[in-house]
Design a protein around this ligand. Structure first.
Ligand code: UDX
Length: 442
């Protein structure tokens, strides 16, 4: 197995002791296999020639301009890969779409491959990836399912069987599903849309809980115990982030619109509308609780990654909270065990269009702290925005002593012991949790 990339910097990092991404369990696997049956190289042409099966695993970001801007996925990189494969191959191959793509992308890939001038025959398969960051290695070892889509003719079925036999080395055969190409491509978008929909559904209920005195955690438990609904993915939060959910739903919305299915597009778009509402609602609650002003106040942000056990900040909800607080002229101190300051600014620029140039003073307004204690020292409030386990066991007495009073806590992930924090003296606000000052009948 050889991983190729245009970027020498990336490949060098993959060949070094400090891998370019943080993912639990990954360094162990790479150090065991690298140089044995796993290689990283920039020799793209050579490796294409040598391969029997090629996985196209490039990014397909949401278009920022032109037709479908803000919604459609840009499959330019997929097409470029197909063109490169057609150009340099000297034997037929199985080409696998691993990237998340709009339905019917395989058709474009197939047509480009067919245009090779050597009469070579290629088979195109769709094999979407369902692993989640932070648990990627476990998901890879024991996936709920592997999905392989192919053309339903003799050659297509044979190609799909070849890929099935690769996965069958560690995945039980009954968990490897084979479908037609379009079902496979679309299933990935639908799976992410359903997962994100659950988060938006429970988040919409969290707002109702705060208004009525119900407790969203109790509701998740009561609802999720019904096996038809299921327990997982019902944790209320400040909103979902990550590189997939929003992008894939926008892609689905755009597809629906392209086929004239406006009601379907509108239905799925609401999942995003609700997510934006939740992020905004959280910041507004912070400001209104702190006497309607955070100007000049130090606020500690605990957690910047879009979920725990990753350093990934793409579409992270923390970014939107930080952005809105900076616009309110608060002094932000961020602590995250894995996020690099440089990555925060790259994403802030890419997604929010906010840089030191567009917002002079931005760099100074946001300090990155070496630990949670220094982030909270002298702060008027701290907000937990990523559910890192280490935040649960902080010395909150110590933190309380060092903070301005009243000391506010905003738990955006409902991971802290709120009763204990109130005993210490904090004023606690959490997602979908009844406020004891507001409801005397709890
Ligand atoms: C997701 C899909 O789960 C995975 O199958 C697909 O391959 C890629 O996209 P990922 O983005 O890594 O994976 O993370 P995921 O665990 O799905 O969480 C996405 C976001 O939803 C995170 O911000 C997370 O905090 C949030 N979330 C998740 C909640 O707010 N509540 C939940 O109950 C679950």
């Amino acid at each position: 197995m050889c991983v190729v990339d245009l970027s020498q910097k990336q490949i060098d990092a993959w060949n070094s002791d400090s891998l370019p991404i943080y993912e639990p369990g990954l360094p162990e696997v790479v150090s065991e296999c690298r140089g044995r049956n796993l290689f990283f190289s920039t020799d793209i042409d050579g490796e294409i020639k040598r391969a029997d099966i090629i996985f196209i695993s490039v990014n397909t970001p949401t278009k920022t301009m032109g037709i479908g801007a803000g919604r459609a996925a840009n499959i330019k990189n997929c097409e470029l890969c197909a063109r490169k494969i057609a150009e340099v191959s000297d034997s037929g191959k199985i080409v696998v779409e691993k990237s998340t793509v709009p339905v019917r992308t395989a058709q474009a890939v197939r047509r480009v491959l067919e245009c090779n001038d050597k009469g070579l025959k290629f088979q195109v398969l769709s094999n979407p990836e369902f692993l989640a960051e932070g648990t990627a290695m476990e998901d890879l070892k024991a996936p709920d399912r592997v999905l392989i889509g192919g053309v339903q003719d003799e050659d297509g079925i044979k190609a799909a069987e070849t890929l099935v036999s690769v996965y069958a080395n560690w995945v039980p055969r009954e968990q490897i599903l084979t479908t037609n190409l379009w079902s496979s491509e679309l299933s990935k978008l639908v799976a992410n849309a359903f997962l994100a929909q659950r988060v938006s559904s429970i988040n919409s209920i969290s707002a109702l809980c705060e208004a009525t005195g119900a407790d969203v955690n109790e509701i998740s438990r009561a609802v999720g115990i019904d096996q038809r609904i299921g327990r997982r993915f019902l944790n209320s939060s400040i909103g979902f982030g990550g590189s997939c959910f929003q992008k894939d739903i926008l892609n689905l919305v755009y597809l629906c619109e392209t086929y004239g299915l406006h009601e379907c597009a509108e239905y799925w778009n609401q999942v995003i509308v609700m997510n934006d509402y939740q992020k905004k609602r959280f910041t507004e609650k912070m400001v209104s609780s702190m006497f309607n002003t955070v100007t000049g106040k130090k606020i500690a942000i605990l957690g910047y990654a879009f979920k725990k056990d990753t350093g990934d900040v793409r579409e992270t909800p923390s970014m939107f909270v930080v952005r809105d607080l900076v616009l309110e002229q608060a002094k932000i101190h961020v602590f995250d065990p894995q996020v690099k300051r440089e990555d925060m600014w790259i994403e802030m620029d890419y997604t929010c269009g906010m840089t030191e140039k567009t917002h002079p003073g931005l760099d100074k307004a946001v300090t990155t702290s070496p630990d949670a204690y220094s982030a909270c020292d002298g702060a008027h409030a701290f907000a937990v925005l990523t559910e890192w386990d280490e935040f649960k066991t902080l010395d909150f007495e110590r933190i309380y002593k060092g903070m301005a009073k009243p000391a506010f806590v905003f738990d955006g992930r409902n991971i802290l012991d709120h009763a204990k924090l109130r005993e210490i003296g904090f004023e606690v606000h959490a997602i979908g949790k009844p406020d004891p000052n507001k409801f005397s009948d709890l």
